[in-house]
Design a protein around this ligand. Structure first.
Ligand code: FES
Ligand SMILES: [Fe+2]
Length: 452
């Protein structure tokens, strides 16, 4: 298809004026044309999270994942190299791998039996001497993502041959990103298998939420607050001084809850924090981690993290853990949420067990927080799909904290990069996300002004 076939849809053509006002056309959460363009301009051109190296520690270990809606196999081959292979036979396209995870030396296609090594190399074709005598096997290896990187154990791939290197894509956001994964020498380890579940909401609903939608916590998660699972400051009650938001940070955003002068260290106990030291982090990064209650952010487009301490009972102490998220698109009106729970590799098996329990009891399909979010998000997608929204060009309001709306101004003495605001009564992170989204959808650079 020509590029013309994927021109910017009319529904978002002029949305730069809306973005400048802190508004967003409802169509971005619903239109099929918008979604089809996202697959091409965003998912096929961004660094997309595939999995964690601790999920595939041994040669031959693999998991199946997606980039956009395209199926891939992440595998550690016999040479210990990480490969991201298109799960599609080079003969006539059948999926060569039909399970979610496992260990194998190779794949035999279930259709006509073409056989591949776990590196993707084609090594066998049935009835070759009779029907494929001059076939050059080397020309017919499985397709592979052109760029794959292992960044602190996180494996990202990019389908764009001209992609910028991952660190350039991270940009200044690296300052915050590294804090989540490099507090101890061993880094973070995935506990158990990822959980995943379907939600009738657009993928951007989750991605924007983790950019710093602090103000939803008091309402959406009120029952969790009332049960005493987390206190309201940690949860995000808008408060000057503790609710730091950083937006406009190389196109990414993060929300931080901190207690200046104290050392909650994301609720990790001393038995874990004694493994923490600056290492590759600067003293400023380390000190921020130390005074933090939680960090949540989104690396554009659909990879999010939440570093938090929670409990499954008010009688039990808060336990620190890291949860990773992928907001897997499944059409304009549905996503699959993927969720991994991680803990520092040096933590004891008992601690890891507890972290997994707490992670699962809060942010999993049956988790106390999760059920609240997925009850609310589909409503947005439903509204975006109404005829009324289409006929009336309904736009949603993302103005919280903008310009005159806010009593606080961006910090001038903040130690980290990006635009930091010391209150979480703002939607600057969400505006950052949608600005980046618009820029990538239209291949343009825009300025949207105050608190962008
Ligand atoms: S499609 Fe795979 S062997 Fe034919
Ligand atoms: Fe939430």
């Amino acid at each position: 298809m020509t590029e013309q076939a994927f021109a910017v849809p009319v529904s978002i053509e002029n949305m730069v004026d809306d973005l400048r006002e802190g508004l967003l056309p409802a169509a971005v959460f619903h239109d099929r044309e918008v979604y089809d363009l996202e697959l091409r301009r965003i998912f096929a051109k961004s660094w997309v999270y595939i999995g964690h190296e601790t999920e595939i520690p041994n040669r031959g270990d693999f998991v199946t994942r997606n980039i956009g809606e395209d199926p891939f196999i992440l595998i550690r081959d016999e040479q210990d190299e990480l490969r991201v292979l298109l799960n599609a036979c080079r003969h006539r396209g059948a999926q060569v791998c039909r399970v979610q995870a496992g260990n194998t030396k190779g794949f035999v296609c279930p259709f006509h039996g073409w056989a591949y090594r776990n590196s993707g190399e084609l090594i066998g074709v049935p009835v070759r001497s009779q029907g494929y005598a001059s076939l050059d096997l080397k020309e017919w290896n499985l397709f592979a993502a052109p760029h794959v990187t292992n960044y602190m154990g996180l494996i990202f791939a990019n389908l764009d041959p001209d992609a910028v290197p991952f660190e350039e894509y991270l940009g200044d956001y690296k300052w915050y990103f590294d804090i989540q994964f490099a507090l101890s020498d061993g880094g973070m380890e995935v506990l158990g298998e990822p959980h995943r579940w379907l939600v009738d909401a657009n993928w951007k609903q989750g991605a924007e939420n983790f950019c710093g939608d602090s103000s939803h916590t008091q309402m959406t998660h009120r029952s969790v607050l009332e049960a005493g699972i987390i206190d309201s400051v940690a949860a995000g009650a808008p408060k000057e001084g503790t609710g730091l938001h950083v937006h406009d940070c190389s196109g990414h955003a993060i929300s931080i809850r901190q207690l200046p002068g104290e050392a909650p260290f994301i609720s990790y106990p001393e038995e874990v924090t004694h493994h923490f030291h600056t290492g590759v982090l600067s003293q400023d990064q380390f000190d921020l981690a130390k005074r933090s209650l939680l960090h949540n952010g989104t690396l554009f487009p659909n990879f999010s993290f939440l570093h938090i301490g929670l409990s499954d009972s008010p009688q039990k102490p808060q336990t620190g853990f890291l949860t990773l998220r992928v907001w897997q698109p499944k059409g304009p009106g549905q996503m699959e949420i993927w969720n991994w729970v991680l803990a520092p590799r040096e933590a004891s098996p008992e601690y890891k067990r507890r972290a997994y329990q707490v992670g699962m009891s809060s942010f999993s399909p049956s988790g106390s927080f999760e059920q609240d979010d997925v009850a609310v998000w589909p409503g947005v997608t439903r509204t975006a799909g109404t005829v009324f929204a289409e006929l009336n060009k309904v736009r949603f309001n993302y103005q919280m904290g903008m310009g005159d709306m806010s009593t606080s101004k961006p910090l001038t003495d903040w130690v980290g990069p990006g635009v930091a605001n010391s209150t979480n009564a703002g939607e600057g992170g969400l505006r950052t996300f949608h600005k980046t989204w618009y820029e990538r959808m239209t291949n343009t650079k825009i300025e949207i002004g105050d608190h962008d």
